[in-house]
Design a protein around this ligand. Structure first.
Ligand code: DX5
Ligand code: ZN
Length: 214
């Protein structure tokens, strides 16, 4: 199965956003990954609705929003209206996860959960059948350029055993280097968020980095 490669747009050149989106599409990216942070759920503040609108307006590929925000329920609609077709919420930030996942689908988007390194698989098993995607954070969310959290590797292997039963795809977010992508693909991960570890870095063009990952 072909890997789903998502460009982490918080790492993109916001001084040249439209051109960056076009370059990334030409380079073969599959999804634009928009990290939305509120400064409370994670100690950082990155992109907003306006940025998602600009990316979606320039893109022909799907746009996702990774909501690292408290109480996402009444905000998911903003990002879907802005052009996101995939919404990830953190179960750690939402009291009524089932309702919010259903709400995302009612609005016509695909629904995913993103889980922090210390969030256990058993604690989310009841909602796995409601998810199109499960995004495993392999860093503590909030910043690019962090170190891979090693114990998340085993978590991905355990989660992969549940894919068949519940029908979700496994996405990985954080410190996804070419080596990590190769290793976790073999464990059953379906897609990866590409930031400074694999795409927004020296040593080649976007197209060369993406081709090397295919
Ligand atoms: C972390 C972000 C990731 C991150 C990935 O909170 O969600 O998208 O930017 O990029 P690197 O490869 O720098 O970890
Ligand atoms: Zn993310």
């Amino acid at each position: 199965m072909e890997k789903i490669l998502c460009a982490s747009m918080m790492c993109a050149d916001f001084g040249n956003l439209r051109e960056s989106v076009h370059q990334l599409e030409e380079a073969g990216i599959d999804v634009f990954h928009c990290d939305i942070m509120d400064g409370t759920f994670v100690p950082n503040f990155t992109m907003g609705v306006t940025d998602v609108k600009a990316i979606a307006a320039a893109a022909t590929k799907p746009v996702d929003c990774h909501l690292m925000i408290d109480n996402p329920a009444n905000k998911v609609e903003w990002f879907i209206k802005a052009g996101a077709s995939i919404i990830y919420i953190h179960p750690e930030s939402e009291r009524y996860v089932v309702k919010t996942l259903a709400h995302i689908k009612e609005l016509g988007a695909s629904a995913g959960i993103a889980i922090n390194p210390d969030t256990s698989i058993p604690s989310i098993e009841e909602i796995l059948n409601l998810c199109d995607y499960v995004m495993v954070m392999t860093v503590n969310p909030g910043f690019s350029g962090q170190k891979f959290v090693q114990f998340t590797r085993d978590k991905i292997a355990r989660l992969a055993k549940l894919k068949e039963k519940y029908g979700f795809k496994i996405m990985v977010d954080g410190a996804c280097s070419p080596q990590v992508i190769d290793d976790l693909s073999k464990l059953g991960a379906d897609g990866f968020v590409l930031g400074t570890s694999a795409l927004f870095r020296e040593g080649g063009t976007y197209a060369q980095h993406i081709a090397a990952l295919r």
